[in-house]
Design a protein around this ligand. Sequence first.
Ligand code: KIV
Length: 263
Amino acid sequence: MTVSKILASKNKEKIVMLTVYDFLTAKILESAGVDILLVGDSLGTVVMGYSSTLPVTMDEVIHHVRAVRSGAPKSFIVADMPFLSYGTSEEEGVFNAGKLIKEGGANAVKLEGGAERGGLIDAMTSIGIPVMGHLGLLPQSVNRYGYRIAGKTVEETDKLIQDAQTLEKAGAFAIVIEGTTEEAAKAVSGAISIPTIGIGAGRFTDGQVLVITDMLGMDPDNELKHNKKYADIHGAVLSAVQSYIGDVKSGKFPGEEQITHSS
Ligand code: KIV
């Protein structure tokens, strides 16, 4: 996968993106043929157990991007820019984006925000850093707006369209649309010529992304309307660990096949 292939897939083929944070899972996603691997700052909530993505640091993202790059050497990896790694000054944002590419091994970065990010994206793309935008529900702005669905009114939809057009003009190669009405995501997707990748944004985006731990059913306490559980990994791991506990307690493990005898 390359930026040109991602751009060319618009109106031709749906883009499949999944988040991933570790070596072994990255290996599985690469062999399955996922188009884009996203090391999301959702690692704060689903890997570190923080209550939001806000505490995630550059060092944490770089650490996880390296693990993912080891497991998926050929994949197109997008690294999320964590809160406060951009938005303070253009220089700092560009420098941190460069670090995710140079030290982490990512192919591109993703950052949240609308038209106000135009200058920053332009500066990043001008030195060869591919940028994915992120509009709609913005987890890094939770203290300002909460986790609220965007695009419920004509005015909000128009604002999303203008933001998307600014990101496109600034050089973004794709835009994540999170937590919007299906109608708003459809209108945004139709108003720009770069692909949109939706999460909780309905059927008409140019691709879809899910958080891997959500779609694998790893957290039974996390029921999300937009998510579809493709597996029950929580149940599978729980029952495997319970069997192991039972085997150790009863002396069934280790069995003859796991034992080495002296000759
Ligand atoms: O951090 C993340 O996982 C994301 C996805 C929800 C798109 O930004």
